[in-house]
Design a protein around this ligand. Structure first.
Ligand code: NAD
Ligand code: TDX
Length: 335
C-alpha cells in the first residue's frame, strides 16, 4: 500500500460515505476528494470539522461525464458509495435509482477505464434477494443474484457492470456487498434512526408487517474498516461479502430500542408491510475475515444501539430538519 494516496470518494456526504471519509482521515495519511450531488440524503454537515488540507468536497453528479473524467484523472483510487439507497423510495419512484445507480456507475467505470485508476464498488447483500426464515443458509460470493426491489435490482445491475468492466476491459476493480448498517449520520428514513427519532419526538415507532423480517446488522465503522481493507489488500476482480454475524428480526431490534430509551417495549404501531418485502438477509463473511484479517469491533448490537441512541440525542441539529419531510413522505403511504 502506498504511503499516501488521493482517493475520490463518491457519495461521501451520505451516511456510510461520511463515516468512511472520517475513518480514512483518522487511520491513514490519504487525501480525499468527495464527489456528492447533495441530494436529500447528502449533508455537508456530516463532513464538518475535517482537516481542509486533506479533504475537499466537489458538489456534482456521478452521471456528469466531464466532471467525473476530470476528477478520476487526478485520483489514485475511486471508492464508489454514491447511490439512491432507500427501498421505500425506489417503490415510490424508481427513476433516480436507474439513473444514479446504473448510469452513474457506468460513467465512473468508463472514466477509470480511460485513466487506468483503481476502483472499489460498494454494494449490498440485497442483490442476492432473500432467504427463508427457516433456512439455515447464508449468502456467499457464489450465491446467484435475485434482487427483489427497484433499489436492489439497480444495485445488482451496477455490480454486473463492474464485473464486466473488470473482466472485459481489465479495470482494476473490487466489489463488496455488505449487510444492513447502523450508526451515526444515518438518514432518519432508515429503520434504526427512524425509530430513535420517533421516540425523541414523542411519535410512536412504526413496524412493517409482522416484524419477523431478519436483517444482519453491522456497525457502520466496521463496514468502513472492511472497505478500506479490501481497497488495500483485496484481490483485483474479486467480490467480498461484509457482515458481522448480527442477525435479528425487526421486532427484536424495535423492542431493544424502546427498552434502551426507557420506554414500554410494546409502545409501537404496526403499519402495512412494504411491497415485495425481503424476509431475511444473512452474510457469510468468511473470506474477508480469513483472507484479509478483518473482524468487527462492535459485536454487541445492544451496545451499538445504545451509542447510536446517544448520538441522535446529542445531534438533534443534524437530523431535525430532515424529520418532518421524511414523516410526511411516509404518511402518504400509510407507513
Ligand atoms: P445514503 O443515501 O445515506 O447516501 C448516498 C449519498 O450519495 C448521498 O450523500 C447523496 O447525496 C449521494 N448521491 C446520490 N445520488 C448521487 C449522484 N447522482 N451523484 C453524486 N452523489 C449522489 O446511502 P448510504 O446508506 O450511505 O449507502 C452508501 C452506499 O452503500 C450505497 O451504494 C448503498 O447501496 C451501499 N450500502 C448501504 C447499506 C446500508 O445499510 N445503508 C448496506 C450495504 C450497502
Ligand atoms: O419504519 C420502518 N419500519 C420497519 O419495520 C422502516 C423504515 C423499516 N422497517 C423494516 C423494513 C426492513 O425489514 O426494517 C428493516 C430495515 O429497513 P430499512 O432501514 O429501510 O433497510 P433495508 O430495506 O433492509 O435496506 C438497507 O440495508 C441494505 C439499506 O437501506 C440499503 O441501502 C442497504 O443496501
Amino acid at each position: 500500500r502506498t504511503a499516501s494516496r488521493h482517493l475520490l470518494v463518491t457519495g461521501g456526504a451520505g451516511f456510510i460515505g461520511a463515516n468512511f471519509v472520517r475513518h480514512v482521515l483518522r487511520t491513514t495519511e490519504d487525501r480525499v476528494t468527495v464527489l456528492d450531488k447533495l441530494t436529500y440524503a447528502g449533508d455537508l454537515s456530516s463532513l464538518a470539522g475535517l482537516d481542509e488540507h486533506r479533504m475537499n468536497l466537489v458538489v456534482g453528479d456521478v452521471c456528469d461525464q466531464d466532471l467525473v473524467h476530470s476528477l478520476v484523472a487526478r485520483a489514485d483510487a475511486v471508492v464508489h458509495f454514491a447511490a439512491e439507497s432507500h427501498n421505500d423510495n425506489s417503490l415510490a419512484d424508481p427513476a433516480p435509482f436507474v439513473q444514479t445507480n446504473l448510469v452513474g456507475t457506468f460513467t465512473l467505470l468508463e472514466a477509470v477505464r480511460r485513466h487506468d485508476v483503481r476502483f472499489h464498488h460498494v454494494s449490498t447483500d440485497e442483490v442476492y434477494g432473500d432467504l427463508e426464515l427457516e433456512d439455515l443458509a447464508r449468502f456467499t460470493e457464489a450465491t446467484p443474484y435475485n434482487p427483489s426491489s427497484p433499489y436492489s435490482a439497480s444495485k445488482a445491475g451496477a455490480d454486473h457492470l463492474v464485473r464486466a468492466w473488470s473482466r472485459s476491459f481489465g479495470v482494476a476493480a473490487t466489489l463488496s456487498n455488505c449487510s444492513n448498517n447502523y450508526g451515526p449520520y444515518q438518514h432518519v428514513e432508515k429503520f434504526v434512526p427512524r425509530q430513535i427519532t420517533n421516540v425523541l419526538d414523542g411519535r410512536r415507532p412504526k413496524l412493517y408487517g409482522d416484524g419477523r423480517n431478519v436483517r444482519d446488522w453491522i456497525h457502520v465503522e466496521d463496514h468502513c474498516a472492511a472497505v478500506l481493507r479490501v481497497l488495500d489488500r483485496g484481490t483485483i476482480g474479486r467480490t467480498y461479502l461484509i457482515g458481522a454475524d448480527g442477525e435479528h428480526d425487526n421486532i427484536t431490534v424495535m423492542r431493544a430500542i424502546l427498552e434502551l430509551m426507557g420506554q414500554d417495549p410494546a409502545a409501537f404501531d404496526h403499519v402495512p408491510d412494504r411491497a415485495g418485502h425481503d424476509r431475511r438477509y444473512a452474510i457469510d463473511a468468511g473470506a474477508v475475515r480469513s483472507e484479509l484479517g478483518w473482524s468487527p469491533t462492535h459485536v454487541d448490537l445492544r451496545a451499538g444501539l445504545a451509542d447510536t441512541i446517544e448520538w441522535y440525542r446529542e445531534h438533534q441539529d443534524w437530523w431535525r430538519s430532515k424529520k418532518a419531510v421524511t414523516e410526511d413522505r411516509y404518511a402518504e403511504t400509510g407507513r
